[in-house]
Design a protein around this ligand. Sequence first.
Ligand SMILES: [Ca+2]
Ligand SMILES: [Ca+2]
Length: 228
Amino acid sequence: MMKIEVSAVEKTGNESKMCCLNIQLLDVNDNNPVFERPGYLLFAKDLTNGSYIGSVIATDADEGENAELRYGLTDLVEWGDKPSPIYIEETSGRIYANTFLRPATTYKFFLQACDQFGDPSFHRCTKVPVMIVAKNASKSDNTRIVHHIYVDENTPLKTRLIDLKTLFDDERWGMTFIKLRTKFPVPIKIMRMGEVFVDGPLDYESVSGYELKILAFTDTVSNNHHRQ
Ligand SMILES: [Ca+2]
Ligand SMILES: [Ca+2]
């Protein structure tokens, strides 16, 4: 604290009295919470309900209640009436799965830190984008769903067989892309958008069927914006 000595001086110029005036400043809530990063990219390895995913930390340059932070999700339009797939602990900033997370899926949302927990009308909040990438499905998950399609042998090249997108698409998660996982060349071509075409000779007497593994994944192009 700065000390200022105040003197009262008579007209004649003789000092008559002297005292000290202590001026104590009070903290005003003039600082927003600041997250340690401009955005977070977290990877969920355990997709089970309740599993720990990661945590976020924010600080606040004020004091006391003005710096006491609570974390929460914000801008939840994406999930509508459904419960959000993740949960953030209010005081610790630790993030958990709030449901069984979908493999190979990216969850995007905003979370915020707010100060002045005691008086909401004076809240100062800061929000950051968070992206959680759920790990790829394990082998057993990959083969769990089996779709059969039946195609005549000798079907001409470039014939469109099926659109896989409709099997995987879920408007909640935005664009879904399809990828064929095979080590060997097959006479079937699967476009990124999910359309399946004949891409080679189909001869029943040579090969009577193909078992293909396909992977559906959501658009993760925007990952780069938040990668640290
Ligand atoms: Ca503050
Ligand atoms: Ca302050």
